[in-house]
Ligand binder design. Structure first.
Ligand code: UDX
Ligand code: ADP
Length: 461
């Protein structure tokens, strides 16, 4: 590790789910660096500087507290921070394009490009620019063109350092990553820039876990890692549909398969579907790139991963309506969980959004409960204002309900007193377990009609 004789200045543009936690960990682990996180969203920056952070992640608050005001700063001031920075991480959002060429598939790079132009405008010296946001392969080329088209004689070296953290375990993932990937050009300045980024992570990550590659491989590795993870979920979810037809049990099938070391046992939990800001967006992006290069079959193959996910969400909703005597109109239905996974308040692409909307279109009375995601749920379901109730206590949510649908695997839902809950519900009562976290036999014995995912249903009729 180099020991700089002055405090190195890192800046990150974008204080979201990736930029915020990543910079907090870098600052906490590297007191010899000054880390400034800049965002255009004033209220978000205010929240980062307060006791109530804009995102929930276990361990995040403690990490931020350790470094904030010491060598970690959150601000909206872009220009002077760009000017002073040695290394600029870019972690702005790259959502799926909703308009024009590639709409619904390609990444919308307008925020990225705005950022690149801002960097050029405000810079007065050479800088390393690090792609942290997930980007289509070969984005670095476009960025280099914009950055290096300056007339100030400044050289910008673009490096790709994709972030593999998962929400809910962001701090643990950052502190103990499976690998840190740094992609750079095979030139003197590229190798030097790569070394600077290695130096940061070498403060706490062991050398053999820090891997370097060419810049295009790094960009593509991130897209591919997410595509493979999502593919596993769609694979197991497709088999869950077959299990429900054949009385096989998806947990038993997954266990038997997962014990084969070549397959492995991770990411084989059947569910109502995958959500989150990355999987769908990145796969669609991969599909778009493949189509761009004329790889139609490859594009079709990856597209099917998203198709199966949509099928799984739809199947869950259809089962609910079908078994509740083909109508949910006027029926109170409690959604247990709205976040796309446990331990986060994030609801981006959460299957709960789809399920809630479809139920509301069927005139059901939807009650949403979630320990962390109610604020986001309110925003997601804003068009249905008045038709949805938001309740923090799940037992209250279930009171008077015909059905409970478990949509997020919050541990606390497995520990509730379902005997009591059953007494307060309308009978016949239904439970749809989209995460297979409940004790189905016990619920059945209590009187519930139970519909797990990928397992035989347990009914009283
Ligand atoms: C993912 C990748 O894991 C991470 O490496 C990348 O940096 C960002 O995208 P994230 O979206 O935060 O992370 O969460 P992840 O744990 O991957 O879960 C994604 C979705 O898949 C969730 O909705 C989760 O509930 C679902 N899932 C996961 C399943 O349905 N079954 C499983 O077995 C695993
Ligand atoms: P991710 O999950 O990739 O971190 P988020 O949407 O949570 O994505 O965060 C991206 C952040 O980037 C947002 O807080 C947004 O306000 C910020 N952002 C977008 N464009 C710019 C910009 N031009 N300058 C500074 N911040 C930006």
């Amino acid at each position: 590790m180099s020991s700089p004789n002055r405090q190195k200045k890192i800046m990150c543009i974008g204080a979201g789910y990736v930029g915020g936690p990543t910079m907090a960990v870098i600052a906490a682990q590297c007191p010899d660096y000054r880390v400034t996180v800049v965002d255009i969203n004033e209220s978000r920056v205010r929240a980062w500087n307060s006791e109530s952070l804009p995102i929930y992640e276990p361990g995040l608050h403690e990490t931020v507290k350790k470094a904030r005001g010491r060598n970690l700063f959150f601000t909206t001031e872009l220009d002077s921070n760009i000017r002073d920075a040695d290394i600029i991480f870019v972690s702005v959002n790259t959502p799926t394009k909703t308009f024009g060429e590639g709409a619904g598939k390609a990444a919308d790079l307008q925020y990225w490009e705005q950022t690149a132009r801002k960097i050029v405008e405000a810079s007065e010296s050479d800088k390393i620019v690090v792609e942290k946001s997930t980007l289509p392969v070969r984005t670095a080329r476009a960025m280099e063109r914009i950055l290096n088209a300056n007339e100030k004689g400044i050289h910008f070296e673009v490096v790709s350092n994709p972030e593999f953290l998962a929400e809910g375990t962001a701090i643990a993932d950052l502190l103990n990553p499976d690998r840190v990937l740094i992609g750079s050009h095979d030139t003197d300045s590229g190798r030097r820039a790569c070394g600077e980024i290695v130096d940061i992570f070498a403060h706490w990550v062991s050398e053999e876990k820090i891997i370097t590659s060419n810049i295009w491989s790094a960009e593509l590795s991130k897209l591919t890692a997410n595509a493979f993870l999502a593919q596993r979920i769609s694979s197991i979810n497709s088999i869950s549909a077959l299990c429900e037809k054949t009385e096989a049990d998806i947990s038993q099938v997954a266990c038997a398969m997962g014990m084969d070391k070549r397959i492995g046992n991770k990411f084989l939990k059947a569910s109502v579907g995958f959500g989150g800001s990355c999987f769908k967006k990145d796969i669609l992006n991969l599909v778009y790139i493949c189509e761009h290069y004329g790889l139609v079959e490859v594009a079709r193959y990856w597209r099917s991963v998203v198709d199966i996910n949509e099928y799984q969400e739809h199947r869950f909703f259809q089962t609910m309506v079908r078994v509740m005597f083909n109508t949910v109109a006027g029926k109170r239905i409690a959604l247990f969980g709205f976040a796309f996974k446990a331990d986060t308040g994030d609801t981006r692409e959460s299957p709960a959004i789809y399920i809630a909307r479809r139920l509301l279109e069927e005139n059901a009375v939807v009650v949403v409960t979630d320990p962390r995601a109610l604020d986001n749920a309110r925003k997601d379901l804003a068009p249905y204002n008045g038709a949805v109730e938001y309740v923090s206590d799940p037992c209250t949510a279930a009171k008077g309900a015909h059905a409970i649908a478990v949509l997020t695997e919050w541990e606390e839902y497995a520990r509730l007193d379902y005997a009591k809950i059953y007494q307060t519900m309308v009978h016949p009562s239904f439970i749809f377990d989209g995460r297979n976290i409940l004790d189905h036999r016990r619920l059945h014995a209590l009187g519930f009609n139970v519909f797990p995912t990928g397992k035989p249903s347990l009914k009283h009729f």
